[in-house]
Ligand binder design. Structure first.
Ligand SMILES: NC(=O)c1ccc[n+]([C@@H]2O[C@H](COP(=O)([O-])OP(=O)(O)OC[C@H]3O[C@@H](n4cnc5c(N)ncnc54)[C@H](O)[C@@H]3O)[C@@H](O)[C@H]2O)c1
Length: 447
């Protein structure tokens, strides 16, 4: 008989170590997203606010049959680090402490920041690995010096080792600026090539890759909130597997792409065609300023463009999606600060080809949407590192849910549909905990 709920692995096949002690979170780039996450975690710890938007903190997971009425909180079902056990540190090219950086970012109001001030002031960035060649619009002063990229990587490794002395486990997350568009080259093809490139100062190695290399060498999981190439190269995928240091895709899926990966699967599910999808944005934060540079914009554009192509599968549905005109614009508009506005005009067509339009106007807050995603990625990567089944896989495809550019094993197309991603994430949690998977078949209720 078919069942909606299938048995999982035996308890012996899979084990997850408990989240004992302190989780150290090393954040690269203490800008708008990072400071909103750090301040938010502290506000939640003090009972000043709720962790809205965070699946790890607020989400539930159904276990067993629908008639079992068993839907615990995710954080009660899988052993995640408690927010009270998180310790933050990080790097930035500016010396501002987290309070000053948060005040500059102006995402959270002054009253909230004032309440958190002593805690936030105590988090001071370490000098960064930075090179203006990779982020044209910034000019940092608080940077590490080294003759070679190898020396810089060693300095980051030293930072990680020092931090490890004060906490029990470490995860690193890139919340730094978007680097210029780069394509994989010979230096990225193997760990050996990459290590030679570090010594030879190969221009193919960007600062984000120096941090990632340092993390993965130390067995530290690494997440990438920006669309940079970073760990999306064979050398760092190999290092991730070799050292049991999980990685995932890139670029937080927060506003416009989040909406795209909800609407596009809906059109496809109903076999409605799409002629064109025009997306434009205005934003005025530092991220917007960096993206005003064409080379950084190209990195973001590639990341944002991918989702529709994969969701619509024009090769399977040429009558519906063969000739979509998909355009993305981002304009830097300082008055708007972090409060981005996004417009989408979607030209769809239905029965007998009759045209219709859908307009979406999303007045969002960039970092308010991104902060819980950054937190969840950190907590789930730490979980993956403690899971006997997940830690050696390298890429954690089940975290695609959070990312504009999911990373997959070679030869696999990425899954962009938010609801498939959500199901994959929850089934992965059920699987590692030895619970049955949910298939949504459900014939057994009618026997
Ligand atoms: N907010 C969102 O909705 C969202 C969504 C997807 C992706 N992102 C990406 O997340 C990243 C952070 O966004 P943000 O709004 O916080 O930007 P931000 O400009 O406020 O912060 C980035 C910080 O990184 C620092 N930095 C740059 N290069 C560095 C380096 N090599 N080492 C250490 N620090 C470095 C900058 O000084 C700055 O403080 C950006 O790349 C952005 O594109 C944001």
């Amino acid at each position: 008989m078919s069942i909606e709920h299938q048995g999982g692995p035996s308890a012996a096949a899979s084990s997850v170590e408990p989240a004992k002690g302190k989780l150290g979170v090393m954040v690269v780039g203490l800008g708008a997203v990072a400071t909103t996450m750090i301040a938010g975690v502290e506000a939640v710890r003090r009972g000043l606010a709720k962790p809205i938007g965070s699946l790890t903190q607020m989400g539930t997971i159904r276990l067993g049959k629908r008639t079992d009425n068993n839907s615990p909180l995710i954080k009660d079902f899988v052993p995640l680090a408690d927010l009270n056990d998180i310790v933050f540190t990080g790097w930035d090219i500016f010396e501002d402490n987290v309070y000053e950086a948060a005040a500059h970012a102006a995402v959270l109001d002054k009253e909230t920041l004032a309440k958190l001030r002593p805690h936030l002031e105590a988090i001071k960035p370490m000098p960064a690995v930075f090179d203006q060649h990779y982020v044209k619009r910034l000019n940092g002063t608080h940077v590490k010096q080294g003759k070679t990229k190898r020396e810089l990587a060693d300095q980051v490794i030293e930072d990680i080792r020092n931090f490890k002395k004060t906490v029990d486990r470490v995860v690193m997350i890139w919340a730094g600026s978007t680097e210029i568009f780069m394509e994989p080259s010979a230096v990225h093809q193997s760990i050996q090539n990459f290590e030679k490139g570090l010594v030879a100062n190969d221009p193919g190695i960007a600062p984000s890759q120096i941090y990632a290399y340092a993390a993965l060498s130390e067995g530290v999981p690494f997440a990438n909130g920006a669309p940079n190439l970073t760990v999306d190269i064979p050398a760092l995928v190999c290092l991730s597997k070799k050292n049991n240091a999980p990685i995932c895709g890139k670029d937080f899926k927060t506003g416009q792409t989040f909406m795209k990966t909800v609407l596009a699967p809906a059109f496809k599910a109903r076999m409605l065609g799409v002629h064109g999808w025009f997306s434009t944005n205005i934003l005025g934060n530092r991220d917007g300023e960096v993206l005003d540079d064409p080379e950084s914009f190209k990195t973001k554009e590639e990341s944002k463009l991918g989702s529709l192509e994969y969701i619509f599968q024009p090769e399977l549905y040429p009558d519906l999606y063969k000739d979509i005109y998909h355009k993305i614009r981002i304009n830097y508009y300082p008055p708007r600060g972090d409060e981005k506005e996004a417009w989408d005009n979607i030209d769809i067509f239905g029965w007998l080809g009759y045209p219709m339009q859908v307009k979406v106007n999303f007045l969002c807050r960039d970092s308010i949407l991104a902060a819980p995603i950054a937190l969840d990625l950190v907590l789930f990567l730490d979980l993956a590192k403690r899971s006997s089944e997940l830690r050696s896989l390298g890429i954690q495809e089940w975290l695609s849910f959070y990312l504009k550019s999911p990373q997959t094993a070679e030869g696999l197309y990425p899954e962009h549909d938010l609801f498939i991603q959500s199901m994959k994430l929850k089934n992965t949690l059920r699987h590692i905990m030895g619970e049955g998977l949910i298939t949504h078949l459900g014939l057994e209720y009618y026997d």
